[in-house]
Design a protein around this ligand. Sequence first.
Ligand SMILES: [Zn+2]
Ligand SMILES: [Zn+2]
Length: 175
Amino acid sequence: MLIDLNEILSETGKEKQYKAPIEKDFFTVNNESYNYNKKSDVLFKIVNKGKKVIKVDADIDIELIMPCGRCLEDVIVPLKQTVSKDIDLKKTAQEREDDIEEDVFLNGMNLDTEVFIDNEIFVNLPMKVLCKEDCKGICYKCGTNLNTGSCDCDTTELDPRMSKILDVFNQFKEV
Ligand SMILES: [Zn+2]
Ligand SMILES: [Zn+2]
């Protein structure tokens, strides 16, 4: 959704609220896509602070489904926060471009809510997702989820290259 900021700028102190839907069904980052488990409309509140400066508040309340870093089971990752930003619209497009992290959500005098929301989700994603602190992960041989089952794999087995050396060693002994 694009919010036309001209309307807000018409009068100092003017305030407007917008309900912006999250349009996509999944969130994409680093070529990975994660489905939303919950996506509430984001409430934007924009205030004209005067001198072409606006304050943008946004309430984000979503849940993403991401794989556990150890066992790959789905984990629901909630993200709930209020973002507050002052934006100086006196800056030229060039100044804005130089300021890498800021204002990529501005498109002329339009605020692109989708870009704004994606940015905020991105910077607030957890570095590591675990289904639980002590997740046992999966067996690296058979893939059994060790939280819910067990397997008979001998995970202490020697490296195959090592057993060949032992075979050679045993042949010598037999001679
Ligand atoms: Zn796990
Ligand atoms: Zn196993």
